[in-house]
Design a protein around this ligand. Structure first.
Ligand code: ADP
Ligand code: MG
Length: 427
């Protein structure tokens, strides 16, 4: 009988999770908080209905859905879960509802208090670990209730039966622990799949957008070149204020050209003409290029470059990516800030790190960096990092951001080294 009821309980705990993974794509599931709170509440109630009654107590997995609802779907979902449970218990039988209610509230409070930490955790194992800790908390609550009860009844002495009960609670706690573990891994896998689906959808959107942008950028580029040519011609004949106006107009056409070329490389970040090149030379070129901008902002650039690190790739594309990343670092560093660029070999790869002591990024921003149109700047386009990510990835490299608000950011770019054979071939 015990095994039967246990299996039914485990089944009841998993049904809402199956429902969630099957429907998480549906648009109604956008309001999952309350919906899942209700569904998990019903699951808790059914667990109570299929309790195993032993030593006059109800043994079931009702707290598993409660823990999951608070941690995965929020405090409101948890409250709804409790409400459904209380209503059902009042209907089933009002005996010792006060003790039941107190345990429910305590089992709600545990996950409620750790939810913030839970939301910030990234790894699946850590998150499942928190869930499992909460099941231990639920068992502790049960144990305390029992001890308080016996203390009130028998002046603090435990009789044989109560010692037996403590053992059962510990055994039952383990079952609860394993159920919570299994169901939270299930949830984690569902969430991971959902995230993957979202990413695919976003990539499709970017592709369509990229094609559209590419054709537009292509069309706009030619008239822009003509305008630029005429402006340059006129500029040489003008003096004073008008000369300055034309200089401004030229700077703006340059900016427009840069944005267009970003859109173009976003839509087709294929690597063009590849060549063997010394990375430290390229970094020096970037420093030369961006030093005027840095000086204007009161930022100093420092380099520490190991020579003779060769890569075999598209020079222009790489230059574009590195300029974007370095520019962002300069823009993030405030007046008096510093940007360090270091180049070393790490695990058979060229490792370039661009570190600034600027304003840094919050966790949320860090997650979004590299996605299209994400910008926190007033005149930002949100193209730079997206373009850099795509270029570096097309080069079989990797790019990673680490950041702390108020401390600074470091961007680590790894690129495959040019092979020995290529080196000798090129002489
Ligand atoms: P834009 O520079 O036009 O805003 P980017 O794609 O280059 O677009 O950068 C996107 C956003 O990423 C920036 O607006 C900024 O918030 C953030 N970011 C990128 N690099 C850094 C950095 N080194 N320090 C702080 N924030 C950064
Ligand atoms: Mg930028």
């Amino acid at each position: 009988m015990l095994v039967d009821k246990l299996l039914v309980n485990i089944f009841l705990v998993f049904v809402p999770l199956l429902v969630y993974s099957a429907l998480s794509d549906h648009r109604y599931m956008k309001h999952t908080q309350l919906l899942m709170g209700g569904v998990l509440g019903v699951s808790s109630v059914l667990c109570i209905a299929f309790s195993y009654i032993w030593y006059g107590l109800y043994w079931d997995l009702r707290y598993v859905p409660l823990i999951l609802s608070v941690l995965y779907f929020g405090p409101k979902a948890g409250l709804l879960n409790i409400t459904v449970m209380v209503l059902a218990r009042m209907y089933i039988g009002p005996d010792s509802i006060d003790v039941g209610l107190l345990s429910m509230i305590l089992c709600y409070l545990g996950p409620f208090l750790v939810r913030r930490t839970f939301m910030q955790l990234k790894g699946m194992f850590f998150r499942a670990g928190i869930n499992m800790l909460m099941s231990i908390w639920a068992s502790l609550v049960m144990l305390s209730m029992l001890l308080i009860h016996s203390w009130a009844n028998a002046n603090g002495r435990l009789d044989k039966e109560e010692i037996e009960l403590i053992k059962i609670i510990i055994g039952f706690g383990m079952i609860q622990f394993l159920s919570v573990g299994a169901s939270s891994f299930w949830m984690e896998f569902s969430l991971e799949r959902e995230e993957m689906r979202n990413k695919i959808r976003q990539a499709e959107r970017i592709n369509t957008l990229g094609e559209l942008a590419a054709s537009m950028a292509h069309e706009v580029r030619n008239p822009l070149t003509v305008v630029k040519g005429f402006l340059q011609m006129v500029q040489s004949e003008l003096e004073g204020k008008n000369h300055r106006y034309i200089a401004l107009a030229l700077a703006e056409t340059d900016r427009a050209e840069r944005i267009i070329s970003d859109y173009l490389s976003l839509s087709r970040p294929q690597i063009g003409k590849t060549e063997l090149m010394d990375l430290s030379g390229m970094v020096e070129q970037i420093v030369l290029l961006l030093n005027p901008m840095a000086t204007k902002q009161g930022v100093r650039l420092y380099t520490e470059l190991k020579n003779e690190i060769y890569v075999y790739t598209d020079r222009n594309q790489l230059l574009q990516a590195l300029v974007h990343v370095t520019k962002n670092a300069i823009e993030a560093a405030e007046d008096g800030g510093r940007v360090y660029i270091t180049l070393i070999i790490h695990e058979q790869k060229a490792c370039l790190s661009i570190r600034d002591n600027g304003k840094g990024m919050s966790r949320e921003h860090l997650d979004r960096v590299g996605t299209l149109f994400f910008s926190t700047k007033e005149v930002g386009t949100g193209l730079g990092t997206a373009v850099s990510f795509r270029i570096i990835e097309a080069m079989n490299g990797s790019i990673r951001y680490e950041s702390e608000p108020g401390v600074g950011t470091v961007v680590i770019i790894l690129l495959p080294l040019a092979q020995e054979s290529l080196l000798t071939a090129e002489g």
